[in-house]
Design a protein around this ligand. Structure first.
Ligand SMILES: Nc1nc(=O)c2c([nH]1)NC[C@@H]1CN(c3ccc(C(=O)N[C@@H](CCC(=O)O)C(=O)O)cc3)C=[N+]21
Length: 283
């Protein structure tokens, strides 16, 4: 089995990003990412910290705006609008989930599509499905980059994506389709799910159930991408597939951790840098 090591590729790409950022800084432009976090969900705090750390490592400017759990929708909209107009800000990310008094759709729609480094805004989702240039959701983007780096061509392959979320399943389906895969999106209401996953040349598991897929559910020689991040009671993190059981059965597989997760953060930095490049061109 070929290990699709996301951390190794992320480290490689981080070095390239450091060089690009150094060049941009010489031109007077420092790529800047602003992460907005509302409330104090511990998991969100860990993710936002790792985003900050990575940005700093690359030499980018990064700012974390922490707002109280009682923040109103109007307050958060005002913060987003201010960031939209701030010319030193390249990328805006509002950490999800948001507290229940805030409508996530209203916030996502308010982010300038040109600064929407998550690629969650309807404009960018539309562009993606039309196969037009735009900002792309980071986890799906990272998956495509990881497969490409291992010379895994998705064209003509049967890809089964288990999970239909706005942040993983749906945008990944669009990217796979744009790359000429034959795509099936499966979900909790799919009839005979495991008979379907067994037909996949490339199986993407994004359901959030630890070790849900085993050897019986996967075709021999398939490529497996595990998007699940399940925190077990003993504090360890594990994926949606039984990695140990599948090791000698599949041709390539991502581990959890160190698979898709690190690539997600890398793509976030990549898109922020790309936006900053446009800013440098405008001068
Ligand atoms: N607006 C928004 N955009 C997001 O992109 C977003 C979000 N909200 N809310 C939360 C999820 C989750 N997410 C992860 C990113 C990196 C890792 C990651 O790097 N994980 C490491 C460590 C895993 C661990 O030990 O916890 C790994 O897989 O190796 C995980 C999860 C981004 N998210």
């Amino acid at each position: 089995m070929e290990l699709l090591d996301g951390r190794a590729l992320a480290n490689e790409l981080t070095q390239a990003q450091q060089m690009t950022v150094a060049t941009l800084k010489q031109q007077g432009v420092t790529p800047k990412l602003v992460v907005v976090m509302v409330g104090d969900d511990p998991a969100s705090a860990i993710y936002t910290q790792s985003k900050q750390r990575r940005a700093t490592k690359i030499g980018m400017a990064s700012e974390l705006k922490r707002l109280s759990a009682e923040t109103t929708e109007a307050d958060l909209l005002a913060v987003v609008r201010q960031l939209n107009t701030d010319e030193t800000v390249d990328g805006i990310l509002v950490q999800l989930p948001l507290p229940k008094q805030i409508n996530e759709d209203h916030i996502i729609r308010a982010i300038d599509p040109q600064k929407d480094v998550d690629g969650f805004s309807p404009v960018n989702i539309g562009r993606l499905w039309l196969n037009q240039p735009g900002l792309v959701a980071c986890t799906p983007n990272g998956i495509m980059r990881l497969l490409a780096a291992h010379d895994i061509d998705v064209a003509g392959k049967n890809v089964v994506i288990v999970g239909r979320s706005n942040i993983v399943g749906r945008p990944l389906a669009a990217l796979m389709l744009n790359a000429n895969a034959t795509v099936t999106i499966a979900h909790s209401r799919t009839a005979d799910l495991k008979a379907l996953t067994k037909t996949a040349d490339i199986l993407v598991a994004a359901i959030g159930k630890p070790h849900f897929f085993g050897i019986e559910d996967v075709k021999e020689g398939a490529v497996v991408v595990d998007v699940g991040i399940n925190r077990l009671e003993d504090g360890t993190v594990t994926g949606d597939v039984d990695f140990e059981a599948l090791k000698s059965h599949v041709s390539a597989m991502t581990p959890v951790p160190r698979g898709v997760g690190p690539m997600t953060i890398t793509m976030l930095m990549d898109q922020t840098i790309e936006i900053a490049k446009e800013r440098a061109k405008r001068g």
